[in-house]
Write a protein that binds this ligand. Structure first.
Ligand code: SF4
Length: 475
C-alpha cells in the first residue's frame, strides 16, 4: 500500500502567527481573514477563540485556515472580541491538544492564550508544576504559561499576567483573551514580532502588517520589546512590567520568515531582502550569465543581486504553489520527488548558460544539492550558488523550528566542503557584518543572529536542549 511521505522540507520554519481584535461586530470573521494572511507562519493548525462578553468559545482544528473554518464554525463564534492562531508543527507533532489558542477555565474565570515563541525554561517549570500536581493536556510550552497564571492570586488581570510572564524565560509574543479584555505582550528581548493596528475604532494586534492590509486596517505601531498592552472597554493601556534586556529581534524574519509585503521591526521585509541581495553581490561577485532565484525564498535577494551586479534576472525555476507537506508515495520511487514536486527547472532559460542560483539559506544541504543537480540536468553549463545569509551553524531556541545542530551542514563543514556536497561550481555566503548592515543594524544592537553567530542572547542551558528532545519525544 502506498503511504504518505513528507515533501522535502529543508528549511527553518516559523512556528506561529497571531491575530487579535477587540471591539468589532465581525471579530471572528476578521480574525479568520487575519490568520489567512498569516498562513505562511503556520500551516498545520488554526484556531479562534471569541468572546461575547459572557462566554469564551473556541473553534480550532488541524489544517489550513480555509479548511478549518466554515461559515458555520465562524457563526459559532459570536462577540466583538477574538484572538486567533496559526501553527506550524514538527513532523509527527500533529496532536490536536497542541492547537492554539488554548482555552482554560480557572479560579479567575475563562482565559484563552495564543503564543508565538519558545520558552527556554519550559521543561524546568513543567517539571516543577507536575511535581506540585498539575496535569498537562498538551506537549506545548504554552500550557506552562496557563498553569502559572491559574496559580496566581493577584487581583488585577494585568498584574496576574505580568507576574506569570515574569517567571518564563525566552521568546514570547502572546495574546490573552478573557470575557472582557485582550492582553498582548512581547518578551523583553522582542524575539518575535507583534504589531498594533486599528480598524473602525477597534484595536488589532497581530504578528505582521500583511494581516492588517488584507482587512483595510491601519498600522499604528510595533508593540515594543518588554511591553504589555491591555485593551478593554476602558481603552488601551501600556505597561513595562519586565526588567529591560538588550533588544534581540529575530533577523531571520527579514531573511526568510516574514512576508515580503510586511513591515517587521520597523522595516519593510522586501526592502531588507533586496538589500541583502545587493550586499551579497558586493561581497560575493560571480562570473555568470544569469541570476536565478530559488523560489520563493530567494526571490527578493536575487532581484537585489541582479540590480547590483547588472546580471540579468531570469525565472529559471518554477514553483508549484499548491503543495502540501505530505504526498502519497508513488509505487515506483521517483528520484528527488520531494523537491521536484515543488520546483521545476525551465530548460529553455537554463540550457548552455552559466547560472547563478540565489537562496536565503542552506540548512541540511539536501535541497540545495537536488536543486543544483536539477539545474545542471536542465543543461546549465555552470551552476554557482550564493546565499543571502551567513552559514547557519546553530539551532534556534526562540520559537523557530530548526534541525538539531548536528544536522546543520554548516555546523560541521567548511564552505568548500558544502560546495562539493551540493555540487556547485562555486558557493558564497553573505558575511555576518553584511547581514547586519543590510537591516541597518551594523552594531548588532537590535537583532538576534544567534543561529549564525552562536551568540545566544538568552542563556541556553542544558534544559533547553533537553526541552527540544523532550518535545520531539513527546510529539
Ligand atoms: S537564533 Fe536565528 S532564528 Fe532564532 S531568533 Fe535568533 S536569528 Fe531568529
Amino acid at each position: 500500500m502506498p503511504g504518505r511521505i513528507p515533501v522535502d522540507d529543508d528549511r527553518f520554519h516559523d512556528r506561529c502567527g497571531l491575530f487579535g481584535i477587540f471591539g468589532h461586530p465581525e471579530a471572528a470573521h476578521l480574525t479568520y481573514l487575519g490568520l489567512y494572511a498569516l498562513q505562511h507562519r503556520g500551516q498545520e493548525a488554526a484556531g479562534i477563540v471569541a468572546s461575547d462578553g459572557l462566554r469564551l468559545r473556541a473553534e480550532k482544528g488541524m489544517g489550513l485556515v480555509n479548511d478549518v473554518f466554515t461559515d458555520d464554525r465562524l457563526r459559532a463564534l459570536p462577540g466583538e472580541r477574538a484572538i486567533g492562531h496559526v501553527r506550524y508543527s514538527t513532523a509527527g507533532d500533529t496532536v490536536s491538544a497542541n492547537v492554539q489558542p488554548i482555552l482554560i477555565d480557572c479560579h479567575r474565570g475563562p482565559i484563552a492564550l495564543g503564543h508565538n515563541g519558545n520558552l527556554v525554561n519550559a521543561l524546568l517549570l513543567r517539571q516543577e508544576l507536575e511535581a506540585a500536581g498539575s496535569i498537562f493536556q498538551s506537549t506545548s510550552d504554552t500550557e506552562v504559561i496557563l498553569h502559572l497564571y491559574a496559580r496566581n492570586h493577584r487581583e488585577r488581570l494585568e498584574d496576574a499576567i505580568a507576574a506569570t510572564l515574569s517567571k518564563v524565560m525566552g521568546a514570547f509574543s502572546v495574546l490573552f483573551l478573557t470575557e472582557d479584555a485582550l492582553v498582548a505582550a512581547r518578551d523583553p528581548w522582542g524575539f518575535r514580532p507583534l504589531v498594533l493596528g486599528k480598524l473602525d475604532g477597534s484595536a488589532i494586534v497581530c504578528s505582521e502588517t500583511c494581516a492588517l492590509d488584507l482587512i483595510d486596517a491601519e498600522y499604528v505601531r510595533d508593540i515594543e520589546p518588554g511591553e504589555m498592552v491591555v485593551i478593554d472597554a476602558g481603552g488601551q493601556r501600556s505597561f513595562r512590567p519586565f526588567p529591560p534586556e538588550p533588544p534581540s529581534q529575530c533577523i531571520f524574519e527579514h531573511v526568510y520568515f516574514a512576508r515580503p509585503d510586511s513591515q517587521v521591526f520597523g522595516r519593510n521585509v522586501l526592502a531588507s531582502r533586496l538589500e541583502l541581495g545587493r550586499q551579497l553581490a558586493r561581497e560575493a561577485p560571480c562570473d555568470a550569465d544569469i541570476v536565478v532565484p530559488v523560489p520563493d525564498s530567494g526571490m527578493g535577494a536575487a532581484l537585489g543581486y541582479a540590480q547590483e551586479s547588472g546580471l540579468p534576472f531570469e525565472w529559471g525555476l518554477i514553483r508549484n504553489h499548491y503543495v502540501g507537506r505530505t504526498f502519497i508515495e508513488p509505487k515506483q520511487s521517483i528520484r528527488s520527488f520531494g523537491v521536484k514536486v515543488k520546483l521545476n527547472p525551465v530548460r529553455r532559460i537554463l540550457e548552455g548558460r552559466r547560472v547563478l542560483l540565489i537562496d536565503d539559506s542552506i540548512v541540511r544541504g539536501t535541497t540545495s544539492r537536488t536543486i543544483v543537480g536539477m539545474v545542471r540536468g536542465a543543461g546549465a553549463r555552470e551552476v554557482h550558488m550564493r546565499v543571502s545569509s551567513p552559514p547557519t551553524t546553530g539551532p534556534c531556541y526562540y520559537g523557530i523550528d530548526t534541525p538539531l545542530k548536528s544536522e546543520l551542514i554548516a555546523s560541521r563543514h567548511s564552505v568548500d566542503e558544502i560546495r562539493r556536497y551540493i555540487g556547485a561550481d562555486s558557493l558564497g555566503y553573505l558575511s555576518h557584518e553584511g547581514l547586519l548592515r543590510a537591516v541597518e543594524d551594523a552594531e548588532g544592537r537590535r537583532h538576534c543572529s544567534a543561529c549564525f553567530s552562536g551568540r545566544y542572547p538568552v542563556a541556553v542551558s542544558q534544559s533547553a536542549d533537553q526541552l527540544r528532545l523532550f518535545e520531539k519525544a513527546r510529539s
